[in-house]
Design a protein around this ligand. Structure first.
Ligand code: PMV
Length: 326
């Protein structure tokens, strides 16, 4: 059985065969509802994951010094999800490369709902393709990454992968049994947000399954709420296209209320959202799977006020950073 172990502190300089990178992502509106066919509005972050493929006689394996991880890539039953997911990527993109290490560096917190797993798999696929001297089309990359993400997410909607693969701001919607609709969104102005992190979330798979169980028990109410999240996303996309941050903030507040009612927030996330509003944010909500993880606060675009909000979050003990989406 493959195990994830702590990284050794020293390593020899190795031959670099290829590199690849990919951004993290933020779901602005529509998380969870997107699993049930509603639209979601998502944007790539200005930070992500970089992977270097190096020669490694003990490969194939992942080395991620910042996470303190060395993990053999393995499809064997019982292997760690990270090992299985990256082995799927390697086998699909560059099966002939066995004595290699994927060395990952990131500027993204793990397990926070900021797309770290999709960014890692996309960056790995790009680095392996470069190492093998192979072209990867967007469609092929999406397919490979979707297969890998199934290890982490069970039945992912595909919004994370689509955003991380394409970058920019997109509106994503699943279509029953078919190709999802992915529409690039032309933001009239960048969307200024402060991202604050609570402790790692319970896991996307667990959060999605918890909601599915609640929906089985209360289908009428939950379908109504999920449909409302979809409607808020459609209005929010129009607000982004117009550059109307005030309306977008109001829609984010409404979406957070619904996500709380759906049971995917947490008292800590609710606290951060309330705090952001009390500090003058135009709106605030959880982002991603919830039940821990990250929240976003929309600011008015003034960098000084965004910095003040970051400092205010940090003074409360939450880690936070400011960024502009789109
Ligand atoms: O992996 P996260 O935390 O970004 O959540 C993914 C978004 C969900 O809508 C909760 C799940 C999905 O597959 O779309």
């Amino acid at each position: 059985m493959a195990e994830v172990t702590a990284a050794p502190t020293t390593r020899k300089t190795q031959t670099v065969l290829g590199t690849g990178s990919a951004p993290g992502k933020i779901i602005v509106l529509g998380e969870h509802a997107v699993v049930y066919g509603q639209p979601a509005l998502a944007a790539a972050l200005d930070r992500g994951v970089r992977v270097v493929v190096e020669k490694d006689e003990e490969g194939p394996r992942l080395r991620a010094p910042r996470w303190g991880v060395v993990a053999p890539l393995s499809g064997e039953e019982g292997s760690a999800p990270l090992s299985v997911a990256l082995e799927r990527v390697r086998a699909a993109v560059a099966p002939e490369l066995t004595q290699v290490a994927l060395v990952a560096e990131d500027r993204l917190p793990l397990g926070a709902g900021l797309g770290s797993s999709a960014a890692l798999t996309v960056a790995s696929a790009r680095a392996l393709a470069a190492a093998a001297g192979r072209e990867l089309t967007v469609d092929r990359l999406t397919e490979v990454v979707h297969a890998a993400e199934q290890v982490f997410h069970g039945n992912p909607s595909g919004v994370d992968q689509a955003t991380v693969v394409r970058g920019g701001v997109i509106q994503f919607q699943r279509s029953p049994g078919g190709t999802p609709s992915i529409r690039p969104v032309n933001a009239a102005r960048p969307i200024p947000v402060v991202v604050a992190l609570e402790r790692p979330h319970v896991g996307t798979k667990e959060a999605v399954e918890g909601l599915r169980r609640r929906r089985d028990r209360h289908p009428r109410t939950l379908d109504l709420l999920l449909g409302e999240l979809g409607a808020l996303c459609t209005e929010g996309t129009a607000a982004v296209e117009k550059g109307d941050l005030v309306t977008l903030g109001e829609l984010m507040d409404l979406a957070h209320g619904i996500l709380s009612a759906l049971g995917v927030s947490s008292s800590d996330l609710d606290g951060l959202v309330q705090f952001a509003r009390s500090q003058g944010a135009l709106g605030a909500k959880l982002t991603g799977a919830g039940v821990g993880g990250a929240m976003i606060a929309l600011t008015d675009g003034d960098p000084d006020r965004a910095r003040q909000l970051v400092l205010a979050f940090r003074a409360r003990g939450a880690s936070a950073f400011a960024c502009e989406l789109g």
